[in-house]
Design a protein around this ligand. Structure first.
Ligand SMILES: *Cc1c(COP(=O)(O)O)cnc(C)c1O
Length: 759
């Protein structure tokens, strides 16, 4: 506080009735305490014993004494007199403190700005501070005091060397105007938009409050302040475009307009306020907001039981509602009756469609949909559980799958072939690393004729979604035929043993005409009947009524090769020959197919009745021809969980494989090789992107974490990190990992959360 009050000065100022231990009153008073818990130093300290409702300061004198305090200002004689202490006995300690504050105010040579109004005081104060500091030396009250003692304290705590002091004054019917004016004596007043809900103070209240100010900034459209004799400035709203965030509420615009007008007056053109406006700090309203389940938006205002905060939150709720229902959940437990009444009153004054009081009413969170939900009250276990239930779970590391792009890519491939051609969608390996049920939901109504998967359990997973489309299983393992039939899945048959076993199962179950697919090997040298085995195959197919050939297919070994198509053309020709032979002998209609994604893009229409689309639907093009028509579907993100400065010579990560050759900033990202970020990307082989800037991997990739150099990106905690996205395609990442997009996609671990979005 730096009061520098020597014995004579204090004597003159407080006019004590009596002094006990005057010999001991040698020390200059610099700081005054009224609460023993706040005592930091005994040097130059005095303790003022105030009489409150619940406690009497006089009882705390021994503990203040034990903390080294020797100067006391008291209104009654203490029970015990310490021989080395100095006691000033006064009539009333609070008014004595007021006198000291008044004296301090008089010493202050700068301008004092008082900010008042029902809501927005802290915002205006902080923004005004932002506009004026550091160009001017500004001191400001730490919070909004509404008691006389609070105001006295904010004056006493003011930095006397400052050019500007900003003090919040909460309108309060019990404060005496006279006292306030004597103590604060503001030069300038700012009245925040106070026409909202709640208690309305009349013009005369504010006129009296600021009787001595020279200038008053306000934004009221209703108030006249007829009796106010200083200069009145009715501040207009600034242009919404000038506000740095595009979600400005009217209240925010008003607050910034007031702060700016006041700053303009004070700085007199010496500060570039436009530049300051662009960097306006986002004020944490001590309110959490987040996306909730069922399209709800949640405002969590459980941090205090302040009426002002509630009004703020309700106004914020209105501004973001855009026609959605506004719901308030009020947790009443542990709130005083009076305060609760006040809350209900304030809520009733706002356009809230529904108020749910907890715990008295029993309600289900799933009845609440597409609403803006404000949660207010005292935090307790029940309310925490409720919030967790409401919160849409966000994952630090997640893959986003853009379903709109996915459908677009399916269409792009369809356009490469005859419109009659059927589409089999290959969603093996859980849909190339996606979730099979989500893939089915979003594609089955999209002109798909067939699904194809590698194993029976993948087929069962599709059936469990309720999908009734035919499903081809490429690899039915021995022992799985029964399940295959039970779930109405169609096996691909590639050798005689398998054919025999499947027929036996059908005979055992008394089944006829069970759909199967014949796989031919035309050059891949993987699964499939050899061309030479066709005649023998025809004999069996003709003899067995248990099975029916639904399709005959083969697979191209190098469909993506655009430079030399001879091998593929040879495969296609052999396939056609075999198909013709089969068709001539078995007399049933079946589909034919040989083209995968690259085959579709490369060869287009080749008179097969079906195509098998796989990786192409994810927007990965292995053939240039189709690239312009595809859009990336999959992106992969994580979040910075710590930032560190690494000094020259320090090492990073396992085995200390990286040594900094200069000071750098690194970020720790919670993604590692167990998520599919290959260890071979260590030490700058790979890079991730922050804010579009390439950040090389520093040191070794660990199992669950990786460090990246963010020196250039100026990254901060919580920033999003792109692994795959607009700056780094799957193809590029695959190249860095020394592999192909297929492997990248299928190595993203199942533990990585998948998010399906319709952009
Ligand atoms: C995986 C697979 C496909 C799809 O291949 P893409 O290159 O992803 O289009 C087609 N046919 C068979 C037999 C497959 O195994």
């Amino acid at each position: 506080m730096n009061l520098k009050l020597n014995f004579e000065k204090i004597n003159l100022l407080i006019e004590p009735l009596e002094i006990i231990g005057a010999n001991n009153c040698t020390q200059e008073i610099d700081v005054i305490y009224t609460d023993t818990r706040k005592i930091r130093t005994s040097k130059g300290a005095a303790f003022v014993a105030l009489k409150g409702i619940q406690s009497n300061g006089i009882e705390y004198i021994p503990s203040a004494y034990n903390l080294g305090i020797r100067t006391f200002i008291i209104a009654e004689k203490p029970l015990e007199i310490f021989p080395d202490a100095c006691y000033f006995i006064v009539k009333d300690t609070l008014s004595t403190l007021g006198k000291i504050a008044q004296w301090k105010r008089k010493q202050f040579k700068g301008q004092l700005i008082a900010i008042t109004g029902r809501i927005g005081k802290t915002t205006v104060k902080e923004w005004l501070y932002h506009f004026l500091s550091p160009e001017m030396l500004v001191t400001r009250s730490p919070k909004s005091y509404n008691s006389e003692l609070g105001i006295i304290r904010s004056i006493l705590e003011m930095n006397e060397a400052a050019e500007i002091a900003i003090i919040e004054v909460k309108p309060h019917s019990e404060l005496s105007f006279e006292t306030i004016n004597r103590i604060i004596q503001p030069n300038i007043a700012v009245l925040t938009s106070s026409d909202g809900a709640g208690v309305q103070f009349p013009d005369s209240y504010y006129e009296q409050l600021f009787a001595q100010t020279d200038i008053l900034f306000h934004s009221s459209r209703k108030r006249q302040f007829e009796k106010y004799i200083g200069t009145k400035i009715n501040v207009p709203l600034i242009d919404k475009q000038k506000f740095p965030s595009d979600t400005a509420t009217e209240a925010q615009l008003m607050n910034v307009s007031l702060a700016m007008a006041c700053a303009e007056h004070i700085s007199d053109g010496k500060i570039d306020l436009k530049e300051k406006l662009a960097s306006l700090p986002e004020l944490a309203l001590r309110m959490d907001t987040y996306e909730g389940i069922q399209d709800n938006f949640i405002i969590n205002d459980l941090y205090n039981l302040d009426e002002e905060a509630l009004i703020n939150a309700l106004e914020f709720q209105q501004t973001i509602a855009h026609g959605r229902e506004c719901i308030v959940i009020l947790s009443t437990e542990g709130i005083e009756k009076m305060a609760l009444e006040k809350f209900r009153e304030i809520i009733a004054e706002h356009k809230v469609q529904r108020i749910i009081e907890i715990p008295s009413i029993d309600f289900q969170t799933d009845e609440i949909q597409n609403s803006v939900v404000l949660i207010k009250g005292k935090r307790n276990a029940q309310i925490n559980r409720l919030i967790n239930k409401f919160k849409l779970k966000k994952h630090l590391t997640h893959v986003r799958i853009d379903l709109k792009a996915l459908r677009k890519n399916i269409v792009a491939h369809k356009k490469m072939v005859d419109p009659e051609t059927k589409m089999l969608l290959m969603i093996k390996a859980s849909g190339y690393g996606s979730e099979i049920d989500k893939m089915v939901h979003s594609t089955q109504s999209f002109g798909i004729d067939y699904y194809g998967v590698a194993f029976v359990d993948e087929g069962i997973a599709i059936r469990k979604t309720g999908c009734t489309l035919p499903i081809m299983i490429m690899n039915v393992e021995p022992g799985n035929y029964e399940a295959c039939i039970e779930w109405d899945l169609e096996p691909a048959i590639y050798d005689f043993q398998q054919l025999d076993d499947f027929i036996s199962e059908c005979i055992y179950q008394g089944i006829e005409n069970y759909p199967i697919h014949i796989k031919l090997d035309t050059g891949m040298r993987r699964l499939g009947f050899e061309i030479e085995q066709i005649n023998q195959l025809i004999e069996i197919l003709k003899a067995q009524p248990e099975i029916q050939v639904k399709s005959v297919y083969s697979h191209l070994a190098e469909a993506e090769n655009s430079f030399d198509k001879r091998f593929s053309e040879h495969q296609i020709l052999n396939f056609k020959k075999a198909v013709n032979k089969l068709a001539a002998e078995i007399h049933t209609d079946f589909d034919t197919h040989i083209q995968n994604s690259s085959g579709i893009a490369q060869y287009g229409n080749i008179n097969c009745s079906m195509i098998r689309l796989g990786i192409g639907m994810y927007g990965v093009a292995n053939v240039d021809k189709i690239r312009p028509y595809l859009e990336p579907v999959l992106s992969w993100y994580s979040t910075i969980c710590q930032i560190k400065t690494i000094e020259k010579g320090q090492t990073v990560g396992y085995n200390r494989t990286f040594t900094a050759d200069k000071t750098i900033k690194i970020a720790v990202v919670p993604i590692g090789y167990a998520d599919g970020l290959k260890r071979s990307l260590s030490n700058g082989v790979g890079e991730l992107f922050v804010k579009g800037i390439a950040c090389p991997i520093v040191g070794r990739v660990s199992m669950d974490m990786v460090m990246i150099d963010v020196t250039k990106a100026n990254a901060k905690l919580g920033d999003e990190v792109e692994i795959i996205g607009i700056h780094q395609s799957i193809e590029k990442l695959a190249k860095m990992m020394n592999t192909i997009p297929y492997e990248v996609m299928t190595s993203i671990a199942p533990r990585v959360h998948r998010m399906y979005v319709e952009k």
